[in-house]
Design a protein around this ligand. Structure first.
Ligand code: URA
Length: 428
């Protein structure tokens, strides 16, 4: 079949900071999915986009082309409104786990099609797979039935959803082109729009452990995604939240499930509770529910009931003991003072090197591996007291994890500590 455009011409136009036309965008995304545009050509185009950007029209068209590469789901037949949440990825970010059943307990259907972790950021599916028996893959029929009966589903996105993104994201991952705002925005939003949710709350992370290191870039990403969602008829808002410090007190798989269960039981770290409730309130507002306070559903046990139903519906045993790492190593505080910094990236890389994360998408992860920290910035520390516990099945991993933590925290005697707010902004 003769092709209407040449990949080289499209690449050269973007390389020279030109605008791609709608037909060019439709073609290049489709031809890449068909294998007509080669990986090396698409990686070159992705780099040109990273360096020269795209305007709003180009981003919207690129997103539409990625949606058109696959199927679209439709939840309009459900008896409840739908709301979804997406985080751009962080360290210790287990929020989806308590959030989905909490919002379901408030009467909203939450179709949470999630991914696995890559590199220093953990993946929701990897965390849940540490629960004995829990099943990640659901058919569309099972997904619908569970949304109607339980209200919350966390499962793997099927291969049919935005296949162009699947291929392009894997390519970006190995070509240094993940960080382009047009490509991140279109990647995330193509999947969310194709999934068919009625409303969407984005948690855009800002700081050392996030894609977006500063508020300016994070705000631009948030504005771009909110515009894409809104234009596609999805009620979309974004919260900008801190990721200089990891969330909660643990980064790993089973240990993050444990912390999520504590939150669902009415306890858990204050920052995890604060963010879970802030996102739940946005999701309820997006779904048109304004007379329920999600904090009540945590307190009265109904969010925990939803969690148990959600895990059981996917074959998991909510009462089973979670896997525990075979080996542990305690990092003692080297001095006394105030913990003024705990770097999310350092902790994320340490957890990854301990076996909680993967370097290539086909690598296995260890369910019990990860890092627990026993203090948060602002806490007073005594020299010699446990600061962190490293967990793994393979003790040979400790050295590289300790190397990742070097320079990753700071204890200052007599310091006054100004906390950075967790909620840094909102875009609608
Ligand atoms: N998550 C995605 O799904 N896509 C990106 O490009 C970045 C994060």
């Amino acid at each position: 079949m003769s092709e209407p455009f040449s990949a080289v011409e499209v690449i050269v136009r973007k390389r020279d900071a030109g605008e791609l036309t709608d037909p060019e965008i439709d073609w290049v995304v489709d031809a890449y999915t068909r294998g007509v545009v080669a990986d090396e050509q698409m990686s070159s185009l992705a780099m040109a986009i990273l360096l020269n950007g795209m305007n709003e029209r180009e981003i919207a068209r690129w997103t539409a082309a990625m949606i058109a590469s696959g199927e679209r789901m439709d939840f309009s037949g459900l008896s409840r409104p739908t709301a979804d949440k997406h985080s751009t990825g962080g360290v210790g970010d287990k929020i989806t786990l308590p959030l989905a059943p909490l919002v379901a307990a408030c009467g909203v259907a939450v179709p949470q099609l999630s991914g696995r972790g890559l590199g220093h950021t953990g993946g929701t599916l990897d965390k849940l797979e540490s629960i004995p028996g829990w099943r990640v893959a659901l058919s569309n029929e099972e997904l619908m039935a569970q949304l109607e009966s339980v209200g919350a589903v966390i499962c793997a996105a099927g291969d049919g959803l935005a296949p162009a993104d699947k291929k392009l994201y894997a390519l970006r991952d190995v070509t240094g082109t993940v960080e382009a705002i047009p490509l991140i925005a279109s990647s995330i939003m193509s999947k969310k729009i194709a999934e068919g949710t009625g409303s969407l709350v984005l948690d855009v992370k800002v700081g050392s452990g996030a894609f977006m290191k500063n508020l300016e870039h994070a705000s631009e990403l948030a504005r771009t995604m909110v515009a894409l969602g809104t234009d596609a008829g999805v009620r979309t808002v974004a919260l900008l939240t801190d990721m200089d410090t990891p969330l909660g007190l643990s980064a790993g798989n089973a240990i993050e499930v444990q912390e999520s269960i504590e939150v669902l039981g009415g306890g858990g770290p204050a920052d995890v509770v604060e963010l879970t409730l802030a996102l739940a309130r946005e999701m309820l507002a997006g779904a048109g529910i304004d007379d329920i306070d999600p904090a009540d559903r945590l307190a009265d046990g109904s969010a925990m009931d939803s969690w148990r139903a959600m895990i059981s519906a996917q074959g998991g045993d909510p009462d089973a003991a979670l896997p525990v790492a075979r080996e542990s190593h305690v990092v003692a505080a080297p001095s006394s003072g105030v913990l003024t910094r705990l770097d999310a990236m350092a902790v994320g890389v340490a957890a990854w090197r301990l076996g909680a994360g993967r370097s290539r998408k086909e690598d296995p992860v260890q369910a019990g591996a990860g890092v627990r920290w026993h203090a948060r910035p602002g806490d007073q520390i005594t020299a010699g007291a446990p600061l962190m516990t490293l967990l793994t099945d393979e003790p040979a991993r400790f050295d590289r994890a300790l190397a990742a933590l070097e320079g990753g925290f700071e204890i200052v005697a007599d310091a006054s500590y100004e906390p950075r707010p967790l909620l840094m902004g909102r875009v609608d």
